[in-house]
Design a protein around this ligand. Structure first.
Ligand SMILES: Cc1ncc(COP(=O)(O)O)c(C=O)c1O
Length: 332
């Protein structure tokens, strides 16, 4: 990932905290494509990052920059994966970490943070409740708050996904990208990278349609996209816990990406997600996360709605390793 260091905010290489994140495989889904009639279907497997998710990218840059700025303790509200990544990178950087996570997050997510030496606080409720507690901890103790988009550097790390896709696809971006979206740093970061590359003259300005994929149980971005009123009180958890964010702080920025790219926002059910995990494991030998499986199911729904054609160059995203979720998933 640090091959793009000129575009990243960490000034001295000496402050870089790396566990080998980035340059994840871009896989052609030949068998799945053939079975369902897609001619140019790809998956970027972010589950192969350190700590098993794409969160490693943003957290690596943010913790490196925090070290550079002399920060010694920090706190994060998390659905799970960002907390695991923060705990690991803080361990590697000698920074104290507090992680605030919903009590019903899979036990694996709680345990990994503890192994990395973080102070783990478990709460009733979803990530917005964790966000309030993390802010209070930050105010009370001075711990730096790494909440999504409330500091600028996680986004910079996430944008490396955009550079990587371009490089791996020989500077020809896909027609459509489907991304499981909660707080939005992945999506916004990628879009920032694409625009930076257009300005650098590295790619042409025909950019992909960006599709936000959410859980039917918690879909504030889909509601906003379809001009329906958001029903915050009605939002509940999902097996795709990473995309359960009832009030995304970056909602307006996410809407702008969808608008500028002529994209969509769409939600899928937990039953669809389980079906997607099973289909991709059996057909491609990839055990992907619920969030990743959501992008495959959303793609099929958009094809049925004639919003996407099976002959476009399509990229779906697996944002975490399915192995982290095994205890919370049932199999046939
Ligand atoms: C596996 C996974 N996918 C997707 C997301 C959503 O990412 P973002 O908050 O950047 O939209 C998360 C966030 O926790 C996640 O853990």
């Amino acid at each position: 990932m640090w091959r793009y260091r000129e575009m990243l905010p960490v000034i001295s290489d000496h402050n870089r905290i790396t566990l080998g994140e980035g340059m994840t495989p871009l896989l052609h889904l030949g068998r799945l494509g053939e079975k369902f009639g897609f001619s140019d279907l790809w998956l970027k497997d972010e589950g192969q990052n350190p700590t098993g998710s794409f969160k490693a990218r943003g957290i690596s840059v943010a913790v490196s920059r925090a070290k550079e700025l002399g920060i010694v303790s920090c706190v994060i509200p998390t659905a799970g994966n960002a907390g695991g990544a923060l705990s690991a990178y803080c361990a590697a950087g000698g920074i104290n970490a507090t992680v605030v996570m919903p009590k019903n997050a899979p036990v694996t997510f709680q345990k990994e943070c503890k192994f990395y030496g973080a102070d783990v606080k478990l709460l009733d409720g979803l990530i917005d409740a964790c966000g309030l507690v993390a802010s209070k901890i930050s105010e009370r103790t001075g711990a730096f708050n790494f909440a999504t988009l409330k500091e600028p550097y996680r986004l910079e790390g996430k944008k490396t996904i955009g550079y990587e896709i371009a490089e791996q696809m020989n500077w020809q971006l896909p027609d459509v990208i489907l991304f499981p979206t909660g707080g939005g740093t992945g999506l916004i970061g990628m879009w920032k990278a694409f625009n930076e590359m257009v300005n650098l003259g590295w790619i042409e300005d025909r950019l992909p349609k960006m599709v936000v994929v959410q859980s039917r149980n918690c879909s504030p971005l889909v509601d906003c996209f379809s001009h329906e009123s958001t029903n915050k009180a009605g939002y509940t958890g999902s097996i795709a816990n990473g995309i359960v964010v009832p009030s995304p702080f970056g909602k307006e920025m996410i809407m702008r990406v969808i608008r500028e790219s002529n994209g969509y926002a769409i939600s899928v059910t937990d039953d669809q997600i389980v079906e997607g995990i099973e289909e991709i494991s059996r057909t491609e030998g990839l055990l992907i996360s619920p969030e990743g499986a959501a992008t495959w199911m959303a793609l099929n729904d958009l094809v049925s709605q004639v919003a996407i054609s099976k002959h476009e160059k399509i990229l779906i995203f697996n944002t975490a390793s399915g192995y982290k979720y095994l205890d919370s998933l049932r199999s046939k």
